[in-house]
Unconditional design. Structure first.
Length: 104
Protein backbone atom coordinates (compact mmCIF):
# COMPACT_ATOMS: atom_id res chain seq x y z
CA UNK A 1 0.00 0.00 0.00
CA UNK A 2 1.03 3.59 -0.54
CA UNK A 3 0.81 6.50 1.88
CA UNK A 4 -2.02 7.86 -0.29
CA UNK A 5 -4.03 4.63 0.15
CA UNK A 6 -3.28 4.63 3.88
CA UNK A 7 -4.49 8.22 4.22
CA UNK A 8 -7.74 7.35 2.39
CA UNK A 9 -8.38 4.57 4.86
CA UNK A 10 -7.48 6.69 7.90
CA UNK A 11 -9.73 9.53 6.70
CA UNK A 12 -12.56 7.05 6.19
CA UNK A 13 -12.20 6.04 9.85
CA UNK A 14 -11.98 9.62 11.12
CA UNK A 15 -15.71 10.28 11.36
CA UNK A 16 -18.26 9.21 13.99
CA UNK A 17 -20.95 8.39 11.43
CA UNK A 18 -18.60 6.25 9.35
CA UNK A 19 -17.47 4.35 12.44
CA UNK A 20 -21.13 3.77 13.32
CA UNK A 21 -21.74 2.47 9.79
CA UNK A 22 -18.81 0.06 10.05
CA UNK A 23 -20.19 -1.17 13.37
CA UNK A 24 -23.64 -1.71 11.81
CA UNK A 25 -22.08 -3.76 9.03
CA UNK A 26 -20.20 -6.07 11.41
CA UNK A 27 -23.10 -8.52 11.52
CA UNK A 28 -23.57 -8.65 7.76
CA UNK A 29 -24.79 -6.89 4.65
CA UNK A 30 -27.24 -4.03 5.05
CA UNK A 31 -29.42 -2.12 2.63
CA UNK A 32 -28.79 1.62 2.56
CA UNK A 33 -32.35 2.12 3.81
CA UNK A 34 -31.55 0.13 6.98
CA UNK A 35 -28.38 2.14 7.61
CA UNK A 36 -30.35 5.35 7.02
CA UNK A 37 -32.93 4.30 9.64
CA UNK A 38 -30.22 3.70 12.25
CA UNK A 39 -28.32 6.96 11.73
CA UNK A 40 -29.60 10.48 12.21
CA UNK A 41 -28.49 11.68 8.75
CA UNK A 42 -30.10 12.57 5.45
CA UNK A 43 -29.90 10.32 2.39
CA UNK A 44 -27.36 12.60 0.61
CA UNK A 45 -25.19 12.59 3.75
CA UNK A 46 -25.35 8.79 3.92
CA UNK A 47 -24.38 8.59 0.23
CA UNK A 48 -21.38 10.82 0.93
CA UNK A 49 -20.22 8.63 3.84
CA UNK A 50 -20.76 5.41 1.87
CA UNK A 51 -18.73 6.76 -1.07
CA UNK A 52 -15.82 7.51 1.25
CA UNK A 53 -16.04 4.06 2.88
CA UNK A 54 -16.27 2.30 -0.49
CA UNK A 55 -13.45 4.37 -2.03
CA UNK A 56 -11.23 3.50 0.95
CA UNK A 57 -11.78 -0.21 0.29
CA UNK A 58 -13.31 -0.87 3.71
CA UNK A 59 -16.85 -1.42 2.37
CA UNK A 60 -18.18 -3.25 -0.69
CA UNK A 61 -21.43 -2.29 -2.39
CA UNK A 62 -23.90 -3.71 -4.88
CA UNK A 63 -27.02 -2.17 -6.41
CA UNK A 64 -30.40 -3.86 -6.05
CA UNK A 65 -33.10 -1.87 -7.80
CA UNK A 66 -33.09 1.63 -6.36
CA UNK A 67 -31.22 0.62 -3.20
CA UNK A 68 -27.58 -0.10 -2.56
CA UNK A 69 -26.48 -2.93 -0.31
CA UNK A 70 -23.28 -2.59 1.71
CA UNK A 71 -21.01 -5.03 3.48
CA UNK A 72 -17.60 -4.95 5.10
CA UNK A 73 -14.81 -5.85 2.70
CA UNK A 74 -12.66 -8.79 3.76
CA UNK A 75 -9.82 -7.47 1.62
CA UNK A 76 -10.22 -3.98 3.10
CA UNK A 77 -10.23 -5.38 6.64
CA UNK A 78 -6.99 -7.24 5.92
CA UNK A 79 -5.39 -4.11 4.45
CA UNK A 80 -6.43 -2.11 7.53
CA UNK A 81 -4.90 -4.70 9.85
CA UNK A 82 -1.69 -4.75 7.79
CA UNK A 83 -1.55 -0.95 7.80
CA UNK A 84 -1.94 -0.78 11.57
CA UNK A 85 0.82 -3.34 12.02
CA UNK A 86 3.05 -1.38 9.64
CA UNK A 87 2.81 1.84 11.66
CA UNK A 88 2.74 0.46 15.20
CA UNK A 89 4.76 -1.78 17.50
CA UNK A 90 4.11 -5.51 17.46
CA UNK A 91 2.55 -5.94 20.91
CA UNK A 92 3.79 -9.53 21.18
CA UNK A 93 7.36 -8.32 20.69
CA UNK A 94 7.02 -5.10 22.69
CA UNK A 95 9.26 -6.36 25.52
CA UNK A 96 12.16 -6.33 23.03
CA UNK A 97 11.36 -2.85 21.74
CA UNK A 98 14.13 -0.37 22.61
CA UNK A 99 13.00 2.39 24.94
CA UNK A 100 14.51 5.78 25.54
CA UNK A 101 17.28 5.32 28.10
CA UNK A 102 16.54 8.74 29.65
CA UNK A 103 12.88 7.81 30.26
CA UNK A 104 13.49 4.59 32.16
Amino acid sequence: MSYRDDVKMIKALADENRLAILELLQDGEKCGCVILEKLNVTQPTLSHHMKILCDSGLVDSCKDGKWMHYSLSLEGSKKLQDMIQHYTIDVEKSADYPKCSKCE
